[in-house]
Write a protein that binds this ligand. Sequence first.
Ligand SMILES: *[C@@H]1O[C@H](CO)[C@@H](O)[C@H](O)[C@H]1NC(C)=O
Ligand SMILES: *[C@@H]1O[C@H](CO)[C@@H](O)[C@H](O)[C@H]1NC(C)=O
Length: 334
Amino acid sequence: NFCIYFILCCAECFRPADNTASVLLSGKYNEYHFKTWMSQHSKDYDLTEYSYRLRIFTENKRTIDHHNAGDHSFKMGLSQFTDMTFGEFKKSYLLTEPQNCSATKGNHVVSSGPYPDSVDWRELGNFVTPVKNQGHCGSCWTFSTTGCLESVTAIARGKLLLLSEQQLVDCAQAFNNHGCNGGLPSQAFEYIRYNGGIMTEADYPYKGSDAPCQFVPGLEAAFVRDVINITSYDEKAMVDAVARLNPVSLGFEVTSDFMHYKEGVYTSSMCSNTTDTVNHAVLAVGYGVEEEGGAPYWIVKNSWGPSWGIDGYFLIERGRNMCGLAACSSYPLV
Ligand SMILES: *[C@@H]1O[C@H](CO)[C@@H](O)[C@H](O)[C@H]1NC(C)=O
Ligand SMILES: *[C@@H]1O[C@H](CO)[C@@H](O)[C@H](O)[C@H]1NC(C)=O
């Protein structure tokens, strides 16, 4: 390749003061990473899109490398989102409007403890379904809801079913949910309760876009007897619920640093901690304490597929209402 040869040669012989050669070389290096990443994630672009995505990828990779060179409690990494700006990511995957997650006095009754140092419902039995992928639809709240109801039902009935997110996307509007434009787990549990149940994933498969409601009475596979909300910002009550009862649905604010999360305990100074900025819903399946340093964390199931984060999961700091994670948590009684 003449171009590469020329650059190397030029760099060797002239050492240009403006550093053009090393900039060009690092451009080749970025493009190499980009192409490898493209094939890993089966991405394909036309020519204009290619150079635009390469630019964003390079920018994101610089952010990731810079973060990982520093001293942080979590690592960033490449993911299926590395070719997107945070603005694009937000529009496709997050709740863009504030939801009705207002500070509430909940109806969860806290016991006196004591609680184990760590709990992981994935290890306590066959209680947690595999990580799913919401695709380009602001339907995180439906995955948080099914994930929680799947676990609560499995704990109560001994049978782990996959439940339908699409039914919630299509049919739960009367409870202030808005399909791919957002919703809240507690409002989705209310829908399931008053609807008289939810169908299985197999009977009502996921499309990842808004569609007319196709609920079929008689095919309900799981039920909600009552909806339990945990008092806003009472993170100890969340520990109580996860330790004694089941996984718990929670909302929090995703900021740009979270999009690149790879592993470790996520903490952020970018996000806020109030009800009005919550833009993502997920499922706490356990908690623990880091062996080194003793940082307390939640173990959280996400809905961005199994290749994001730690096999689709992430850890987030526990005990400080990090990113508003204690703002609106809930679970169903079955
Ligand atoms: C919040 O609740 C009010 C009253 O129930 C409703 O009119 C409004 O649409 C809700 N907002 C969202 C984003 O769901
Ligand atoms: C939010 O964070 C601020 C600053 O750290 C803190 O003073 C406040 O108590 C927090 N509020 C809630 C609801 O957690």
